[in-house]
Design a protein around this ligand. Structure first.
Ligand code: GCU
Length: 424
């Protein structure tokens, strides 16, 4: 254990620790989930009015205080600086825009470079899928005229990163996770940005991100137990991207789905929970701290995630490392915060680290909150088999294969969005 923690860090340590996690269903043990429909004072929540008026704010505050931290009270005015409009992008299929989003009062923060593709030839504003990327806009797109990100990047993990900077070799490396042409042909826009624009993903990254910029003590900030972590900052960034989309006449900001994979799936769930303007919330293989139940002892644990990635969460979250049952929330309640908006949880069969069954169970146990609105959630009470998508207001599938975003996942999301009236 000592050797692991001294020689490895970040993702490498997380992977090495896979051998230490429980991957045996027989050893999961019994657990009891907190009731999303019971107030802290034990009052039962039987109506959607009570949910919105009392219980939802309570659950949201619990997630802020105990898991992801509290966002800052304000950030002043935003500035949107157009960088480019290319009307014949992707062989004429789309218009590509790039826009910088900055904070007028915090010039030291370099801001978010948003890249937007809108399908050409539409007569009405397009619904949109929006999410953050691990490698930057030039990694999402295969178009060689997208400028390389100049920001800090994780070593090793993404291809073509040298001395923590992107090189030409990193172009398009994430494009299989963002099938732009398929999405655009279905009539949807795509908006994306590099998550490291908001905060570089390492323990000290906040000093060069929006958290330091918005904290009165700047880089000297000592974070309190319930202050926001990186996931909170990234989610905040998604909301600022939506602020921009609200000003762009090519996009229908009332039909924007927020999507993310893995740590960015945790982020999309948290963004969708806090900001009800996201019309749909999608978590792809988000695992621990995302869609997977924290009380289920399978795959990654609170202990591991808060040791390896302490900067992702509010410091308080680590206090549940030995006893998740002491935490007043579990992840089915995070999904419930999306209600009654459509939500989708996707797992991958070979992604046991993310606990596919725990992800399904969270989706299923969010159902009672959707029922308050007369909606059916996943519509089944057992995890479906591989490649059998299920669900009504809450979609779920278990894809064959590894931890990743595949075309199969996107086809399900597009169908789901079409079904829920976000259709392009
Ligand atoms: C690690 C981490 C996961 C996370 C994943 C990722 O494996 O343990 O919690 O989801 O990285 O973001 O790729």
């Amino acid at each position: 254990m000592l050797v692991l923690s001294t020689l490895l860090f970040g993702d490498d340590l997380a992977e090495a620790r896979q051998s230490l996690a429980n991957l045996d269903e027989a050893k999961v043990g019994a657990f009891e989930l907190p009731d999303p429909l019971r107030m802290a004072d034990a009052t039962a929540v039987a109506t959607s009015e009570l949910w919105f008026g009392k219980r939802r704010p309570e659950v949201l505050a619990l997630f802020r205080d105990h898991v992801y931290g509290n966002p800052p009270a304000g950030w002043g005015a935003l500035r949107f600086t157009p960088l480019e409009t290319k009307s014949a992008a992707l062989g004429g299929l789309a218009t590509r825009k790039r826009v910088r989003i900055t904070l007028q009062e915090q010039p030291e923060w370099a801001g978010i470079e948003l890249m937007l593709y809108v399908p050409n030839g539409k007569t009405s504003p397009a619904p949109c899928f929006m999410g953050l990327s691990f490698g930057g806009n030039h990694a999402v797109s295969t178009e060689t005229d997208v400028p390389l990100s100049t920001r800090w990047m994780r070593p090793g993990k993404e291809k073509g990163i040298v001395d923590n900077r992107a090189t030409e070799a990193s172009r398009g490396i994430e494009s299989s996770r963002w099938p732009l042409e398929e999405i655009l042909k279905r009539g949807y826009a795509v908006a994306t940005a590099y998550y490291g624009d908001i905060e570089p993903d390492h323990a000290e990254g906040w000093k060069d991100g929006v958290r330091a910029a918005l904290s009165p003590a700047g880089k000297d900030t000592v974070w309190g137990e319930s202050d926001w972590g990186a996931i909170g900052a990234w989610a905040w960034g998604l909301s600022r991207m939506l602020d921009y989309l609200g000003t762009d006449a090519d996009v229908d900001e009332t039909r924007c789905a927020v999507i993310g994979h893995s740590r960015l799936g945790k982020t999309s769930l948290w963004a969708g929970a806090q900001d009800e303007r996201f019309a749909m919330v999608i978590s792809n293989n988000s695992g621990e701290g995302g869609a997977a139940l924290m009380r289920r002892n399978f795959g990654e644990t609170t202990e591991v995630i808060t040791r390896v990635f302490p900067h992702w969460f509010a410091p308080k979250y680590r206090s549940y490392k030995d006893d998740a049952s002491a935490c007043p929330v579990d992840q089915h309640m995070l999904l419930a915060l999306a209600a009654p908006r459509p939500a989708y949880v996707a797992s991958a069969a070979e992604d046991q680290w993310a606990d596919p069954k725990g992800e399904f169970l969270a989706a299923m146990h969010a159902g009672p909150v959707y029922a308050l609105f007369g909606k059916k959630g996943v519509g089944v009470d057992e995890q479906p088999g591989i490649d059998h998508p299920v669900g009504e207001a809450i979609g779920y599938h278990l894809r064959a294969g590894k931890h990743d975003v595949k075309l199969y996942d996107w086809e399900r999301y597009l169908d789901f969005a079409d079904r829920h009236g976000s259709g392009g």
